[in-house]
Design a protein around this ligand. Structure first.
Ligand SMILES: *Cc1c(COP(=O)(O)O)cnc(C)c1O
Length: 362
């Protein structure tokens, strides 16, 4: 089965093989070495200096990393601004709400571009804001949000920038220093091609250690993970097999040319799919150039319900992804992450072409 959903992804043979590594206790030095390799490999994705940044590994899906980032890095008395233009921006607000963190929302429509002038004006009026959280690639619609420009606004006002990079880390550019990113949440099983189970936050070390701050959560407190991991340990059992897979996926990632090569590969596959679908009269949701290289959203073909399209393609070996919320009945999404190649996308387009013509949906 070829997975064209935004994670989990099709695994390479070597990553799948790594899953069957030796039994290993997470209190043994072999685990410490494995963990160290992964933490270093993650920082290398964006050439980050380990004395200034830390990769903090968690066992949980990408949402665990989002929640750990927000709950651990906005101090008591802090106020979080959240930018929402899709499901994941809304999830950031929900996390702040659950943890009782004061927050203010800058909202754009799902799929709409973030208007930077309005955002700047809004921030001028929101003097209490200490941190700002934004989704880099809003997977709801495929839109890539302008984190560089948002980071510049934050820097002017001394606001700490927290990024949900779950579906962009490893493929899209992220300039941690230049954009002033204090922390970025991400996961093993999207652009890095590992398996679900491990997620992580990359944070500035100075943002992590705030002595005397009472943690809001036991399991997702980044500072305690970071201290334990710096000492070669872990506060709780980690998903050892998922670590094996991530270490192998990172080795493969770096051997293949690192982040720029992965971005180029996704961009070529996404263009192939977009051009192929356009030639069949399928309209993309967003204008050319607005989407990430990771995922593009398309309007459903006339008269075809999502379930019909999904089942037709699945019977031919391809899993696509539906729209969420208000977009559920109108769009479908195609991700080009994972160990897939141009020939797979050619077969996908052929399967799409074999779709029987639509009837008006009752
Ligand atoms: C996938 C994703 C997440 C996390 O989803 P999980 O189901 O918890 O892995 C968070 N943010 C974005 C932008 C995503 O695409």
């Amino acid at each position: 089965m070829i997975l064209l959903n935004p994670g989990p992804v099709v695994l390479s043979r070597r990553v799948r093989r790594a899953l069957g590594g030796p039994d290993l206790c997470h209190r043994e030095p072999e685990f410490a070495a494995l963990q160290h390799t992964i933490r270093r490999g993650l920082l290398q994705v964006y050439d980050l200096d380990p004395s200034r940044y830390a990769a903090v590994l968690l066992t949980g899906s990408g949402t665990a990393a989002m929640e750990a980032m927000v709950a651990s890095l906005v101090p008591d008395g802090g106020t979080l601004a959240v930018i929402e233009n899709g499901v994941y921006g809304e999830r950031l607000s929900k996390i702040a709400d659950i943890h009782g963190i004061a927050h203010a929302v800058f909202r754009a429509g799902w799929g709409a571009a973030i208007d930077l002038e309005s955002l700047a004006a809004w921030l001028r009026g929101a003097r209490e804001v200490t941190h700002l959280a934004v989704v880099h690639h809003e997977t709801t619609t495929g839109r890539l949000n302008p984190v560089a420009a948002i980071g510049a606004l934050c820097r002017e006002r001394g606001i700490g920038l927290l990024v949900d990079g779950v579906s962009s880390f490893g493929a899209e550019a992220l300039d941690f220093d230049g954009w002033g990113i204090a922390a970025c949440a991400a996961t093993a099983n999207k652009c890095l091609h590992g398996v679900p189970g491990t997620s992580f936050v990359i944070a500035r070390r100075e943002a992590l250690s705030s002595p005397g701050v009472r943690p809001r959560t036991l399991y997702l407190d980044l500072d305690s993970y970071c201290r334990a991991q710096d000492a070669g340990g872990t506060p709780f059992t980690q998903s050892v097999q998922s670590f094996y897979a991530l270490a192998e996926a990172l080795a493969e990632f770096h051997e293949e040319g690192g982040r720029p090569a992965r971005q180029a590969r996704y961009a070529a596959l996404a263009r192939q799919v977009r051009d192929g679908l356009k030639a069949m009269g399928i309209r993309p949701l967003l204008a050319d150039g607005a989407s990430s290289v990771v995922l593009h959203a398309y309007h459903l073909p006339d008269g075809i319900a999502y379930a019909t399209l999904h089942d037709h393609l699945k019977a031919r070996g391809f899993v696509i992804y539906s729209g969420q919320g208000g977009l559920a009945g109108t769009i479908f999404r195609v991700s080009t992450m994972g160990a897939i190649a141009a020939a797979d996308m050619e077969r996908f387009l052929a399967a799409f072409r074999a779709l029987p013509p639509g009837r008006p949906i009752a």
